[in-house]
Design a protein around this ligand. Structure first.
Ligand code: ASP
Ligand code: MG
Length: 424
């Protein structure tokens, strides 16, 4: 017997038939004798609709929040998950399963007060565990919690993944299964490279990079939590027949296991290729080469909540002037240029240049730590295809390369095959 947390995303609960199908997945695990807690998202499209309603309301005049009261935003958008938790509990009860819905505040899932993007602080799993031991299935509304002001809070878009992993950690589950509309994590995006393979296992750190770099399977925060609390997390499909052979396999269910690096015996050097579209590059020319220049540039950008990614500074030729290049999401480029313009005197640069529509492709793998030549292989392969590299950054387990947008797909396929990822 095991304790399992099962999470179902928006497409898995998109309509009443899908919710009944989810109930069959839950029944399979209950019938096998496991203790089960379920976490659900809102029906697909619902959260977008709710957010849209809030955005179309009149704005409060003279209030110190520029758009709307984030506490009321949370009150509205948290409702999507409330609906699915109740509907799934009903579907389970109709199958003879003892099930009960839980809202975030009923557990409670305590969060900070960053309404709209709250972080989980504490979960009291005691009552849930007691009921699970009695055979009751807890159906938890994901995405929501209770702030310090005793008001509903939500965890940011995609946050029900984080709810699931956090609950799995709180109740010390043996496994957290994230059911979605794809059957696992792939070596790269299969829509770009049909030869992409489903990974059997991926290390927490690699998944963190994949998720941060645009592989939208999981909310980044959920992977961080899984890594910290060592929650064995499976990404698997809810669209497979719930009763197909192997679906209830305790140790090797179909899907991708996100786990500790040590658990991966046959570690490849490179695990996957990720990409992030819509990057913009900004260069400041002929800056003074003196202490404090970087702080003068990136301080004001950070204060304006602009997320700076790659940063490259040239070594100056004569010890007095230098160039600084960095990337931001294209959507933030205009704002960044405005901030830099406002701070021109303080920073002390000559001209600013910018380019949008760039793409960052990344090669990821913990095996890089112990292998030389991984970067050189990428550079050679891209050169053979005539793809120009605009900037490079590396970490222990990742190489990120900035290129022109139109080359994105070619670059992804080239990198995927140069490390043999297309061969099983
Ligand atoms: N329903 C929320 C969203 O769409 C949370 C989630 O699905 O993870 O962002
Ligand atoms: Mg999601």
């Amino acid at each position: 017997m095991a304790r399992i947390v099962m999470k179902f995303g928006g497409t898995s609960v998109a309509d009443l038939d899908r919710i009944k199908n989810v109930a069959r997945h839950v029944k399979r695990e209950v019938d096998a004798g496991h203790e089960v807690a379920v976490v659900v998202s809102a029906m697909s499209g619902k959260t977008n609709e709710l957010v849209g309603w809030v955005q179309n309301m009149p704005k409060v005049s003279g209030a110190n929040h520029s758009i709307y009261d984030a506490r009321e935003y949370d009150a509205v958008v948290a409702s999507g998950e409330q609906v699915t938790s109740g509907l799934l509990a009903i579907a389970l009860q109709a199958m003879g399963i003892n099930a009960r819905s839980w809202q975030g505040w009923q557990i409670p899932i305590r969060t900070d007060n960053a309404h709209g993007a709250a972080r989980i602080l504490e979960i009291d799993g005691g009552e849930m565990v007691r009921r699970m031991k009695e055979g009751q299935v807890a159906v938890v509304a994901g995405f929501q919690g209770l702030g310090p002001d005793n008001r509903l809070s939500t965890l940011g878009r995609g946050g029900s993944d984080t709810s699931a992993v956090a609950i799995a950690a709180a109740v010390k589950a043996d496994r957290c299964d994230i059911y979605t509309d794809v059957d696992g994590v792939y070596t790269t995006d299969p829509r770009i490279e049909p030869k992409a393979r489903r990974l059997k296992k991926i290390a927490f750190e690699e998944m963190l990079e994949m998720a941060s770099l645009g592989a939208k399977v999981l909310q980044v925060r959920s992977v961080e939590l899984a890594m910290v609390f060592k929650v064995r997390t499976f990404v698997r499909s809810s669209f497979e027949d719930p009763d197909a052979p192997g679906m209830g396999d305790l140790l090797n269910p179909p899907g991708t296991l996100i786990c500790d690096e040590e658990e991966i015996v046959e570690q490849e050097v490179v695990t996957g290729i990720a990409y992030a579209k819509d990057e913009a590059q900004i260069s400041l020319r002929r800056l003074d080469d003196r202490p404090g220049v970087s702080a003068a540039i990136f301080g004001p950008l950070a204060e304006s909540h602009i997320n700076v990614d790659m940063i490259v500074q040239n070594i100056s030729e004569d010890g007095s002037k230098t160039d600084m290049t960095f990337t931001v999401p294209s959507g933030d480029a205009e704002k960044a240029l405005r901030v830099l313009g406002e701070n021109k005197e303080k920073i002390g640069y000559d001209v600013v240049q910018s380019e949008s529509g760039l793409v960052k492709v990344s090669v990821i793998g913990v095996g890089m730590r112990s292998h030389a030549g991984v970067a050189a292989t990428a550079f050679r392969a891209l050169a053979e295809k005539g793809i120009n590299i605009k900037a490079i950054t590396t970490s222990e387990i990742k190489i990120s390369i900035l290129i022109d947008g139109p080359y994105a797909e070619l670059a992804v396929r080239t990198l995927h095959s140069c490390y043999g990822l297309d061969k099983s």
